[in-house]
Design a binder for this molecule. Structure first.
Ligand code: TEU
Length: 527
Protein backbone atom coordinates (compact mmCIF):
# COMPACT_ATOMS: atom_id res chain seq x y z
CA UNK A 1 0.00 0.00 0.00
CA UNK A 2 1.45 3.36 -1.07
CA UNK A 3 -1.10 5.46 0.77
CA UNK A 4 0.24 8.55 2.51
CA UNK A 5 -3.06 10.38 2.95
CA UNK A 6 -1.95 13.24 0.74
CA UNK A 7 -5.54 14.37 0.19
CA UNK A 8 -5.84 15.51 3.79
CA UNK A 9 -3.51 18.43 3.04
CA UNK A 10 -5.06 19.16 -0.35
CA UNK A 11 -7.30 21.97 -1.45
CA UNK A 12 -9.73 20.64 -4.04
CA UNK A 13 -11.32 22.48 -6.92
CA UNK A 14 -14.24 21.23 -8.98
CA UNK A 15 -13.85 21.97 -12.67
CA UNK A 16 -17.27 21.78 -14.29
CA UNK A 17 -15.73 20.95 -17.63
CA UNK A 18 -18.41 22.23 -20.05
CA UNK A 19 -18.12 25.71 -18.53
CA UNK A 20 -14.51 26.17 -17.45
CA UNK A 21 -12.42 27.07 -20.51
CA UNK A 22 -13.03 26.49 -24.22
CA UNK A 23 -9.84 26.23 -26.27
CA UNK A 24 -11.22 25.51 -29.75
CA UNK A 25 -14.14 27.90 -30.11
CA UNK A 26 -16.99 25.39 -30.09
CA UNK A 27 -18.67 26.88 -27.01
CA UNK A 28 -17.84 23.90 -24.80
CA UNK A 29 -15.08 23.90 -22.22
CA UNK A 30 -12.44 21.26 -22.87
CA UNK A 31 -9.35 19.53 -21.51
CA UNK A 32 -6.75 21.71 -23.28
CA UNK A 33 -8.69 24.65 -21.83
CA UNK A 34 -8.19 23.28 -18.33
CA UNK A 35 -4.50 22.77 -19.06
CA UNK A 36 -4.20 26.42 -20.11
CA UNK A 37 -5.62 27.45 -16.73
CA UNK A 38 -3.50 25.21 -14.51
CA UNK A 39 -1.22 28.10 -13.61
CA UNK A 40 -4.25 30.09 -12.53
CA UNK A 41 -5.34 27.21 -10.28
CA UNK A 42 -1.86 26.66 -8.96
CA UNK A 43 -1.44 30.36 -8.08
CA UNK A 44 -4.81 30.25 -6.36
CA UNK A 45 -3.46 27.48 -4.13
CA UNK A 46 -5.44 24.55 -5.54
CA UNK A 47 -3.64 21.21 -5.29
CA UNK A 48 -6.36 18.76 -6.35
CA UNK A 49 -8.48 19.19 -9.47
CA UNK A 50 -11.69 17.23 -9.87
CA UNK A 51 -12.84 17.05 -13.49
CA UNK A 52 -16.52 16.47 -14.13
CA UNK A 53 -17.11 13.63 -16.65
CA UNK A 54 -15.19 13.95 -19.92
CA UNK A 55 -16.27 10.71 -21.59
CA UNK A 56 -18.26 10.38 -24.80
CA UNK A 57 -21.83 11.18 -23.93
CA UNK A 58 -25.08 12.26 -25.58
CA UNK A 59 -25.08 14.99 -22.86
CA UNK A 60 -28.60 14.22 -21.69
CA UNK A 61 -27.23 14.94 -18.22
CA UNK A 62 -24.05 16.73 -19.34
CA UNK A 63 -21.69 13.82 -19.14
CA UNK A 64 -23.31 12.04 -16.19
CA UNK A 65 -24.61 9.76 -18.92
CA UNK A 66 -21.49 7.94 -20.09
CA UNK A 67 -21.44 6.13 -23.44
CA UNK A 68 -17.79 5.01 -23.28
CA UNK A 69 -15.88 4.89 -20.00
CA UNK A 70 -12.45 4.69 -21.55
CA UNK A 71 -12.88 7.36 -24.19
CA UNK A 72 -12.91 11.15 -24.33
CA UNK A 73 -15.80 13.07 -25.83
CA UNK A 74 -14.59 15.01 -28.91
CA UNK A 75 -16.07 18.20 -27.42
CA UNK A 76 -13.57 17.83 -24.59
CA UNK A 77 -10.52 16.64 -26.53
CA UNK A 78 -8.68 13.38 -27.00
CA UNK A 79 -7.20 10.72 -24.77
CA UNK A 80 -3.78 12.33 -25.18
CA UNK A 81 -5.25 15.55 -23.74
CA UNK A 82 -5.98 13.69 -20.50
CA UNK A 83 -2.39 12.47 -20.42
CA UNK A 84 -1.07 15.97 -21.11
CA UNK A 85 -3.29 17.53 -18.46
CA UNK A 86 -2.31 14.99 -15.82
CA UNK A 87 1.39 15.38 -16.64
CA UNK A 88 1.17 19.19 -16.53
CA UNK A 89 -0.69 19.05 -13.22
CA UNK A 90 1.87 16.68 -11.73
CA UNK A 91 4.65 19.01 -12.90
CA UNK A 92 3.04 21.70 -10.77
CA UNK A 93 2.59 19.44 -7.76
CA UNK A 94 -1.15 19.15 -8.35
CA UNK A 95 -3.26 16.03 -8.61
CA UNK A 96 -6.22 15.24 -10.84
CA UNK A 97 -9.26 13.07 -10.15
CA UNK A 98 -12.02 12.09 -12.54
CA UNK A 99 -15.71 11.46 -12.02
CA UNK A 100 -16.67 7.79 -11.80
CA UNK A 101 -20.33 7.52 -12.84
CA UNK A 102 -21.25 3.85 -12.57
CA UNK A 103 -24.65 3.68 -10.94
CA UNK A 104 -25.91 4.01 -14.50
CA UNK A 105 -24.64 4.35 -18.03
CA UNK A 106 -26.02 6.33 -20.92
CA UNK A 107 -28.75 4.57 -22.87
CA UNK A 108 -26.36 5.12 -25.80
CA UNK A 109 -23.71 2.91 -24.19
CA UNK A 110 -23.05 -0.17 -26.38
CA UNK A 111 -23.88 -2.39 -23.38
CA UNK A 112 -27.38 -0.96 -23.23
CA UNK A 113 -27.80 -0.98 -27.00
CA UNK A 114 -27.02 -4.71 -26.89
CA UNK A 115 -29.09 -5.35 -23.76
CA UNK A 116 -32.25 -3.90 -25.24
CA UNK A 117 -31.95 -5.94 -28.46
CA UNK A 118 -33.25 -9.17 -26.94
CA UNK A 119 -33.97 -10.81 -23.60
CA UNK A 120 -31.22 -13.32 -24.28
CA UNK A 121 -28.48 -10.89 -25.23
CA UNK A 122 -25.30 -11.49 -23.17
CA UNK A 123 -25.47 -7.86 -21.98
CA UNK A 124 -29.15 -8.03 -20.94
CA UNK A 125 -28.17 -8.72 -17.34
CA UNK A 126 -25.88 -5.66 -17.17
CA UNK A 127 -29.11 -3.74 -16.51
CA UNK A 128 -32.23 -4.25 -14.42
CA UNK A 129 -35.22 -5.52 -16.39
CA UNK A 130 -38.61 -6.61 -15.05
CA UNK A 131 -41.95 -7.62 -16.45
CA UNK A 132 -44.80 -5.13 -16.17
CA UNK A 133 -47.06 -5.27 -13.12
CA UNK A 134 -50.35 -7.14 -13.76
CA UNK A 135 -52.01 -3.83 -14.73
CA UNK A 136 -49.25 -3.21 -17.28
CA UNK A 137 -47.69 -0.47 -15.11
CA UNK A 138 -44.16 -0.26 -13.69
CA UNK A 139 -42.88 -3.25 -11.67
CA UNK A 140 -42.71 -1.30 -8.41
CA UNK A 141 -43.30 2.20 -7.02
CA UNK A 142 -39.73 3.49 -7.20
CA UNK A 143 -39.32 7.10 -8.26
CA UNK A 144 -36.81 8.69 -10.59
CA UNK A 145 -34.68 11.41 -9.12
CA UNK A 146 -35.70 13.51 -12.12
CA UNK A 147 -39.45 13.02 -11.60
CA UNK A 148 -41.94 10.27 -12.41
CA UNK A 149 -41.49 6.51 -12.17
CA UNK A 150 -37.98 5.04 -12.15
CA UNK A 151 -39.04 2.59 -14.87
CA UNK A 152 -39.41 2.91 -18.62
CA UNK A 153 -41.16 0.33 -20.78
CA UNK A 154 -39.11 -0.98 -23.68
CA UNK A 155 -41.62 -2.19 -26.26
CA UNK A 156 -39.11 -4.20 -28.32
CA UNK A 157 -38.59 -6.75 -25.53
CA UNK A 158 -41.77 -6.16 -23.53
CA UNK A 159 -40.08 -5.32 -20.22
CA UNK A 160 -39.36 -2.27 -18.10
CA UNK A 161 -35.81 -1.13 -17.29
CA UNK A 162 -34.81 0.71 -14.13
CA UNK A 163 -33.37 4.25 -14.11
CA UNK A 164 -33.06 6.22 -10.88
CA UNK A 165 -32.22 9.31 -12.98
CA UNK A 166 -33.52 10.07 -16.51
CA UNK A 167 -34.75 7.37 -18.86
CA UNK A 168 -31.52 8.02 -20.78
CA UNK A 169 -29.54 6.77 -17.75
CA UNK A 170 -30.38 3.06 -17.21
CA UNK A 171 -29.10 1.71 -13.89
CA UNK A 172 -26.41 -0.92 -14.05
CA UNK A 173 -27.16 -4.26 -12.42
CA UNK A 174 -24.56 -4.45 -9.65
CA UNK A 175 -25.82 -7.89 -8.65
CA UNK A 176 -24.12 -9.13 -11.82
CA UNK A 177 -20.41 -9.83 -11.15
CA UNK A 178 -19.62 -9.03 -14.80
CA UNK A 179 -20.52 -5.38 -14.08
CA UNK A 180 -18.08 -5.22 -11.19
CA UNK A 181 -15.35 -6.72 -13.38
CA UNK A 182 -15.95 -4.17 -16.14
CA UNK A 183 -15.75 -1.30 -13.66
CA UNK A 184 -12.54 -2.61 -12.11
CA UNK A 185 -11.01 -2.58 -15.56
CA UNK A 186 -12.16 1.02 -16.02
CA UNK A 187 -10.61 2.04 -12.69
CA UNK A 188 -7.28 0.48 -13.62
CA UNK A 189 -7.38 1.98 -17.11
CA UNK A 190 -7.40 5.52 -15.69
CA UNK A 191 -5.14 4.86 -12.73
CA UNK A 192 -2.59 3.31 -15.10
CA UNK A 193 -2.72 6.55 -17.10
CA UNK A 194 -1.77 8.48 -13.99
CA UNK A 195 -5.06 9.84 -12.66
CA UNK A 196 -4.93 10.31 -8.90
CA UNK A 197 -8.34 8.92 -8.07
CA UNK A 198 -12.05 9.47 -8.47
CA UNK A 199 -14.98 11.44 -7.26
CA UNK A 200 -17.42 8.56 -7.01
CA UNK A 201 -20.80 9.68 -8.31
CA UNK A 202 -23.78 8.41 -6.31
CA UNK A 203 -21.50 6.07 -4.36
CA UNK A 204 -24.37 5.04 -2.07
CA UNK A 205 -26.62 3.96 -4.94
CA UNK A 206 -25.15 1.09 -7.05
CA UNK A 207 -26.81 -2.02 -5.54
CA UNK A 208 -30.53 -2.44 -5.01
CA UNK A 209 -32.42 -4.55 -2.46
CA UNK A 210 -32.92 -8.05 -3.91
CA UNK A 211 -36.48 -8.56 -5.05
CA UNK A 212 -36.91 -4.82 -5.62
CA UNK A 213 -39.74 -4.39 -3.09
CA UNK A 214 -41.93 -1.27 -3.07
CA UNK A 215 -40.51 1.66 -1.11
CA UNK A 216 -42.60 2.88 1.79
CA UNK A 217 -43.67 6.20 0.30
CA UNK A 218 -44.86 9.14 2.27
CA UNK A 219 -48.00 11.00 1.30
CA UNK A 220 -47.19 14.28 -0.45
CA UNK A 221 -48.70 16.13 2.51
CA UNK A 222 -46.15 14.56 4.87
CA UNK A 223 -43.17 15.81 2.88
CA UNK A 224 -41.93 19.20 3.99
CA UNK A 225 -41.90 21.87 1.28
CA UNK A 226 -38.21 22.00 0.54
CA UNK A 227 -38.39 23.86 -2.72
CA UNK A 228 -37.58 21.40 -5.45
CA UNK A 229 -37.82 17.92 -6.85
CA UNK A 230 -34.31 17.14 -5.62
CA UNK A 231 -35.06 18.11 -2.05
CA UNK A 232 -38.36 16.25 -2.09
CA UNK A 233 -36.65 13.19 -3.46
CA UNK A 234 -34.13 13.39 -0.66
CA UNK A 235 -36.91 13.53 1.92
CA UNK A 236 -38.77 10.61 0.43
CA UNK A 237 -37.94 7.18 1.75
CA UNK A 238 -35.62 5.28 -0.53
CA UNK A 239 -35.36 2.24 1.67
CA UNK A 240 -34.80 -0.29 -1.07
CA UNK A 241 -33.28 1.57 -4.01
CA UNK A 242 -30.25 3.23 -2.37
CA UNK A 243 -27.95 2.82 0.69
CA UNK A 244 -27.90 -0.96 0.58
CA UNK A 245 -25.29 -2.84 2.70
CA UNK A 246 -24.21 -4.63 -0.49
CA UNK A 247 -22.36 -1.48 -1.67
CA UNK A 248 -19.77 -2.12 1.02
CA UNK A 249 -17.83 -4.95 -0.67
CA UNK A 250 -17.79 -2.95 -3.91
CA UNK A 251 -16.22 0.04 -2.18
CA UNK A 252 -13.80 -2.23 -0.33
CA UNK A 253 -12.56 -3.73 -3.58
CA UNK A 254 -12.17 -0.28 -5.18
CA UNK A 255 -10.28 0.85 -2.11
CA UNK A 256 -7.76 -1.98 -2.50
CA UNK A 257 -7.23 -1.00 -6.12
CA UNK A 258 -6.98 2.73 -5.37
CA UNK A 259 -4.55 2.18 -2.48
CA UNK A 260 -2.29 0.10 -4.68
CA UNK A 261 -1.87 3.24 -6.81
CA UNK A 262 -1.78 5.76 -3.93
CA UNK A 263 -5.04 7.15 -5.36
CA UNK A 264 -8.04 8.60 -3.55
CA UNK A 265 -11.77 7.83 -3.67
CA UNK A 266 -14.03 10.67 -2.64
CA UNK A 267 -17.65 9.64 -2.54
CA UNK A 268 -20.58 11.71 -3.63
CA UNK A 269 -22.69 10.26 -0.88
CA UNK A 270 -25.75 12.45 -0.61
CA UNK A 271 -26.57 11.59 2.98
CA UNK A 272 -26.96 14.63 5.18
CA UNK A 273 -27.02 12.73 8.47
CA UNK A 274 -23.33 12.65 9.52
CA UNK A 275 -23.28 9.32 11.39
CA UNK A 276 -24.90 7.55 8.44
CA UNK A 277 -22.50 9.26 6.05
CA UNK A 278 -19.53 8.32 8.24
CA UNK A 279 -20.14 4.61 7.59
CA UNK A 280 -18.90 5.20 4.05
CA UNK A 281 -15.59 6.78 5.11
CA UNK A 282 -13.35 4.16 6.63
CA UNK A 283 -9.88 2.71 6.16
CA UNK A 284 -11.38 -0.17 4.20
CA UNK A 285 -13.93 1.87 2.30
CA UNK A 286 -13.92 5.35 0.72
CA UNK A 287 -11.08 7.70 1.68
CA UNK A 288 -13.46 10.60 2.02
CA UNK A 289 -16.96 11.73 1.11
CA UNK A 290 -18.47 15.09 0.36
CA UNK A 291 -20.78 16.36 3.01
CA UNK A 292 -23.64 18.41 1.58
CA UNK A 293 -25.19 19.89 4.71
CA UNK A 294 -24.01 23.39 3.83
CA UNK A 295 -24.76 23.00 0.11
CA UNK A 296 -28.38 22.30 1.07
CA UNK A 297 -28.57 25.29 3.39
CA UNK A 298 -29.87 28.80 2.92
CA UNK A 299 -28.32 31.44 5.18
CA UNK A 300 -28.90 29.90 8.62
CA UNK A 301 -25.67 30.63 10.51
CA UNK A 302 -26.45 28.75 13.70
CA UNK A 303 -27.51 25.70 11.75
CA UNK A 304 -24.45 25.86 9.52
CA UNK A 305 -22.18 26.05 12.57
CA UNK A 306 -23.87 23.21 14.41
CA UNK A 307 -23.91 21.07 11.26
CA UNK A 308 -20.18 21.58 10.80
CA UNK A 309 -19.60 20.53 14.38
CA UNK A 310 -21.66 17.38 14.13
CA UNK A 311 -20.18 16.42 10.76
CA UNK A 312 -16.66 16.79 12.18
CA UNK A 313 -17.58 14.75 15.22
CA UNK A 314 -19.01 11.93 13.10
CA UNK A 315 -16.27 11.48 10.50
CA UNK A 316 -12.61 12.50 10.44
CA UNK A 317 -11.99 12.80 6.69
CA UNK A 318 -14.90 14.53 5.02
CA UNK A 319 -14.65 16.76 1.98
CA UNK A 320 -16.13 20.20 2.61
CA UNK A 321 -18.19 22.03 0.01
CA UNK A 322 -20.63 24.89 -0.03
CA UNK A 323 -21.35 24.95 -3.77
CA UNK A 324 -21.51 22.42 -6.60
CA UNK A 325 -22.90 22.00 -10.09
CA UNK A 326 -26.03 20.46 -8.55
CA UNK A 327 -27.38 23.28 -6.40
CA UNK A 328 -27.68 27.07 -6.42
CA UNK A 329 -24.36 28.75 -5.65
CA UNK A 330 -23.69 29.69 -2.02
CA UNK A 331 -23.71 33.45 -2.73
CA UNK A 332 -27.20 33.12 -4.22
CA UNK A 333 -28.43 31.04 -1.30
CA UNK A 334 -26.96 33.41 1.26
CA UNK A 335 -28.50 36.60 -0.08
CA UNK A 336 -26.65 37.68 -3.24
CA UNK A 337 -24.54 40.81 -3.63
CA UNK A 338 -21.86 41.93 -1.22
CA UNK A 339 -23.60 40.38 1.77
CA UNK A 340 -23.85 36.95 0.17
CA UNK A 341 -20.20 37.15 -0.87
CA UNK A 342 -19.05 38.03 2.65
CA UNK A 343 -21.05 35.19 4.10
CA UNK A 344 -19.66 32.69 1.60
CA UNK A 345 -16.09 33.77 2.34
CA UNK A 346 -16.70 33.46 6.07
CA UNK A 347 -18.05 29.92 5.71
CA UNK A 348 -15.18 29.04 3.34
CA UNK A 349 -12.72 30.22 5.99
CA UNK A 350 -14.38 27.96 8.56
CA UNK A 351 -13.97 25.03 6.16
CA UNK A 352 -10.25 25.70 5.64
CA UNK A 353 -9.10 24.37 8.99
CA UNK A 354 -11.44 21.43 9.39
CA UNK A 355 -9.96 17.94 9.26
CA UNK A 356 -10.44 16.65 5.73
CA UNK A 357 -10.38 18.34 2.35
CA UNK A 358 -12.05 21.64 1.40
CA UNK A 359 -13.26 21.93 -2.20
CA UNK A 360 -14.08 25.06 -4.18
CA UNK A 361 -16.55 24.93 -7.04
CA UNK A 362 -15.28 26.79 -10.10
CA UNK A 363 -16.19 30.44 -9.82
CA UNK A 364 -16.65 30.27 -6.06
CA UNK A 365 -13.31 32.08 -5.70
CA UNK A 366 -14.87 34.97 -7.62
CA UNK A 367 -17.82 35.20 -5.27
CA UNK A 368 -20.15 34.37 -8.16
CA UNK A 369 -23.88 34.24 -7.73
CA UNK A 370 -25.86 32.03 -10.10
CA UNK A 371 -25.79 33.14 -13.72
CA UNK A 372 -29.03 34.14 -15.42
CA UNK A 373 -30.42 31.46 -17.76
CA UNK A 374 -33.75 32.23 -19.46
CA UNK A 375 -36.06 29.20 -19.08
CA UNK A 376 -36.26 28.68 -22.85
CA UNK A 377 -32.47 28.19 -22.95
CA UNK A 378 -32.40 25.77 -20.03
CA UNK A 379 -30.29 22.64 -20.56
CA UNK A 380 -30.94 20.81 -17.31
CA UNK A 381 -33.13 17.69 -17.41
CA UNK A 382 -34.00 18.32 -13.76
CA UNK A 383 -35.43 21.73 -14.70
CA UNK A 384 -37.56 20.05 -17.36
CA UNK A 385 -38.90 17.68 -14.70
CA UNK A 386 -40.26 20.35 -12.37
CA UNK A 387 -40.85 23.45 -14.45
CA UNK A 388 -37.49 24.97 -13.55
CA UNK A 389 -37.89 25.07 -9.77
CA UNK A 390 -34.74 23.08 -9.08
CA UNK A 391 -32.85 24.06 -12.22
CA UNK A 392 -29.11 23.59 -11.94
CA UNK A 393 -28.39 25.78 -14.98
CA UNK A 394 -27.67 28.95 -12.99
CA UNK A 395 -24.76 27.31 -11.16
CA UNK A 396 -23.34 26.00 -14.44
CA UNK A 397 -22.90 29.08 -16.65
CA UNK A 398 -19.41 29.71 -18.12
CA UNK A 399 -16.49 30.98 -16.03
CA UNK A 400 -16.09 34.73 -16.45
CA UNK A 401 -12.39 35.13 -17.14
CA UNK A 402 -12.44 38.61 -18.67
CA UNK A 403 -14.92 41.42 -19.38
CA UNK A 404 -15.06 40.74 -23.12
CA UNK A 405 -17.61 39.04 -25.40
CA UNK A 406 -17.38 35.33 -24.64
CA UNK A 407 -15.96 36.18 -21.19
CA UNK A 408 -12.55 34.84 -22.19
CA UNK A 409 -14.27 31.45 -21.87
CA UNK A 410 -14.82 31.05 -25.60
CA UNK A 411 -14.27 32.82 -28.91
CA UNK A 412 -17.67 31.57 -30.06
CA UNK A 413 -20.59 33.97 -30.03
CA UNK A 414 -22.64 31.46 -28.04
CA UNK A 415 -21.74 28.85 -25.48
CA UNK A 416 -23.57 25.60 -24.70
CA UNK A 417 -25.32 27.51 -21.90
CA UNK A 418 -25.90 31.31 -21.81
CA UNK A 419 -23.06 33.40 -20.39
CA UNK A 420 -25.21 34.32 -17.40
CA UNK A 421 -25.23 38.16 -17.50
CA UNK A 422 -21.89 38.64 -15.78
CA UNK A 423 -20.56 42.10 -14.92
CA UNK A 424 -16.88 43.14 -15.24
CA UNK A 425 -16.39 42.88 -11.45
CA UNK A 426 -17.26 39.19 -11.64
CA UNK A 427 -14.29 38.40 -13.86
CA UNK A 428 -10.87 37.03 -13.03
CA UNK A 429 -9.22 39.85 -14.97
CA UNK A 430 -10.88 42.53 -12.85
CA UNK A 431 -10.46 40.75 -9.53
CA UNK A 432 -6.88 39.72 -10.09
CA UNK A 433 -5.25 43.03 -9.20
CA UNK A 434 -7.74 44.07 -6.50
CA UNK A 435 -6.35 42.91 -3.14
CA UNK A 436 -9.84 43.01 -1.62
CA UNK A 437 -11.61 40.99 -4.32
CA UNK A 438 -13.04 37.55 -3.50
CA UNK A 439 -10.33 36.08 -5.74
CA UNK A 440 -7.47 37.73 -3.85
CA UNK A 441 -9.11 36.95 -0.52
CA UNK A 442 -9.53 33.30 -1.47
CA UNK A 443 -5.90 33.11 -2.59
CA UNK A 444 -4.75 34.41 0.80
CA UNK A 445 -7.12 32.03 2.57
CA UNK A 446 -5.69 29.02 0.74
CA UNK A 447 -2.15 30.18 1.49
CA UNK A 448 -3.01 30.30 5.20
CA UNK A 449 -4.30 26.75 5.02
CA UNK A 450 -1.18 25.62 3.17
CA UNK A 451 0.93 27.12 5.95
CA UNK A 452 -0.66 24.70 8.43
CA UNK A 453 0.03 21.62 6.27
CA UNK A 454 1.06 18.65 8.37
CA UNK A 455 -0.08 20.40 11.56
CA UNK A 456 -3.77 19.72 11.21
CA UNK A 457 -5.45 17.65 13.86
CA UNK A 458 -8.33 15.24 13.61
CA UNK A 459 -10.14 16.34 16.76
CA UNK A 460 -11.17 19.96 17.00
CA UNK A 461 -11.70 21.95 20.12
CA UNK A 462 -14.77 24.06 19.40
CA UNK A 463 -14.77 27.29 21.32
CA UNK A 464 -18.18 27.72 22.86
CA UNK A 465 -18.90 31.35 22.55
CA UNK A 466 -22.28 32.65 23.55
CA UNK A 467 -21.47 35.92 21.81
CA UNK A 468 -21.86 34.23 18.44
CA UNK A 469 -18.39 33.94 16.96
CA UNK A 470 -17.97 30.44 15.55
CA UNK A 471 -14.47 29.29 16.36
CA UNK A 472 -12.42 26.17 16.76
CA UNK A 473 -8.91 25.43 17.83
CA UNK A 474 -6.84 22.85 16.00
CA UNK A 475 -3.42 22.47 17.61
CA UNK A 476 -1.88 25.93 17.57
CA UNK A 477 -4.31 27.30 14.99
CA UNK A 478 -7.62 29.04 15.69
CA UNK A 479 -10.18 29.61 12.95
CA UNK A 480 -13.02 32.00 13.71
CA UNK A 481 -15.89 33.62 11.85
CA UNK A 482 -18.49 36.12 12.92
CA UNK A 483 -21.66 34.83 11.30
CA UNK A 484 -23.90 37.20 13.28
CA UNK A 485 -25.17 40.63 12.29
CA UNK A 486 -23.30 42.44 15.07
CA UNK A 487 -19.66 43.07 15.84
CA UNK A 488 -18.29 40.57 18.32
CA UNK A 489 -15.19 40.52 20.52
CA UNK A 490 -12.57 37.96 19.55
CA UNK A 491 -9.93 36.52 21.82
CA UNK A 492 -8.06 33.39 20.72
CA UNK A 493 -6.66 32.72 24.21
CA UNK A 494 -3.60 33.30 26.37
CA UNK A 495 -0.27 33.99 24.77
CA UNK A 496 0.97 35.63 21.59
CA UNK A 497 -0.96 35.12 18.37
CA UNK A 498 -0.22 35.94 14.77
CA UNK A 499 -2.93 36.66 12.19
CA UNK A 500 -2.35 34.40 9.17
CA UNK A 501 -5.51 35.40 7.35
CA UNK A 502 -8.19 38.03 7.72
CA UNK A 503 -11.07 38.28 5.22
CA UNK A 504 -11.12 42.05 5.77
CA UNK A 505 -7.44 42.92 5.74
CA UNK A 506 -5.11 41.97 2.89
CA UNK A 507 -2.03 42.45 5.09
CA UNK A 508 -2.96 41.93 8.73
CA UNK A 509 -0.34 42.88 11.30
CA UNK A 510 -2.27 42.07 14.47
CA UNK A 511 -5.05 39.75 15.56
CA UNK A 512 -8.29 41.77 15.49
CA UNK A 513 -9.93 42.15 18.90
CA UNK A 514 -13.31 42.61 17.27
CA UNK A 515 -14.77 40.74 14.30
CA UNK A 516 -17.35 42.69 12.32
CA UNK A 517 -20.26 40.80 10.70
CA UNK A 518 -18.96 38.41 8.06
CA UNK A 519 -15.33 38.79 9.13
CA UNK A 520 -13.32 35.59 9.50
CA UNK A 521 -9.73 34.95 10.54
CA UNK A 522 -7.15 32.20 10.79
CA UNK A 523 -4.67 32.89 13.60
CA UNK A 524 -1.82 30.83 14.96
CA UNK A 525 0.25 30.87 18.10
CA UNK A 526 3.33 32.99 17.58
CA UNK A 527 6.48 30.89 17.92
O1 TEU B 1 -25.71 13.68 -8.56
C1 TEU B 1 -26.40 12.71 -7.84
C2 TEU B 1 -27.66 13.27 -7.36
O2 TEU B 1 -28.32 14.01 -8.06
C3 TEU B 1 -28.09 12.83 -6.07
O3 TEU B 1 -27.02 12.57 -5.24
C4 TEU B 1 -29.02 13.81 -5.45
O4 TEU B 1 -28.44 15.06 -5.35
C5 TEU B 1 -29.44 13.33 -4.11
O5 TEU B 1 -30.03 12.10 -4.30
C6 TEU B 1 -30.38 14.25 -3.43
O6 TEU B 1 -31.52 14.49 -4.15
C7 TEU B 1 -24.84 13.22 -9.48
C8 TEU B 1 -24.29 14.37 -10.29
O7 TEU B 1 -23.62 15.24 -9.44
C9 TEU B 1 -25.43 15.02 -11.01
O8 TEU B 1 -24.99 16.12 -11.74
C10 TEU B 1 -26.06 13.98 -11.93
O9 TEU B 1 -27.20 14.52 -12.53
C11 TEU B 1 -26.43 12.72 -11.18
O10 TEU B 1 -25.39 12.25 -10.35
C12 TEU B 1 -26.74 11.60 -12.13
O11 TEU B 1 -25.56 11.01 -12.57
Amino acid sequence: MRENRWWLDAVGYQVYLPSFQDSDGDGWGDLPGVLSRLDYLSELGVTLVWLSPFHPSPMRDHGYDVADYVGVDPRYGRLSDVDDLVAAAHDRGMRVIADLVVNHTSSAHPWFAAARRSRTDPHRDHYIWRDPAPDGGPPNNWLSHFGGPAWTFDAATGQYYLHLFTAHQPDLNWANPAVAEEVERILRFWLDRGLDGFRVDTAHYLTKHPGLPDNPLRAASEIPELGGVAAEWLEQEHRYDIEQPTTEPIHRRWREIADSYGAVLIGEVYILDPPRLAEYVRDDRLHSAFWFGVVESEWAPERIASMLRSACAAAPNLSWVQSSHDRRRAVTRYGNGALGRRRALAVATLMMGLPGTPFLYNGEELGLADGVVPPELSQDPLAAADGGRSSRDGARTPMPWAPVPGLGFTTASRAWLPFGDRVPEDTVACQHSDPRSPLSTTRRMLAARAATAGRRCTVLDWVDDAAGVVAYRCGDVVVAANLTEHSQPFYPGEGGWRCDFDTDDPAPTTVPAVLVPGQAVIVSRAR
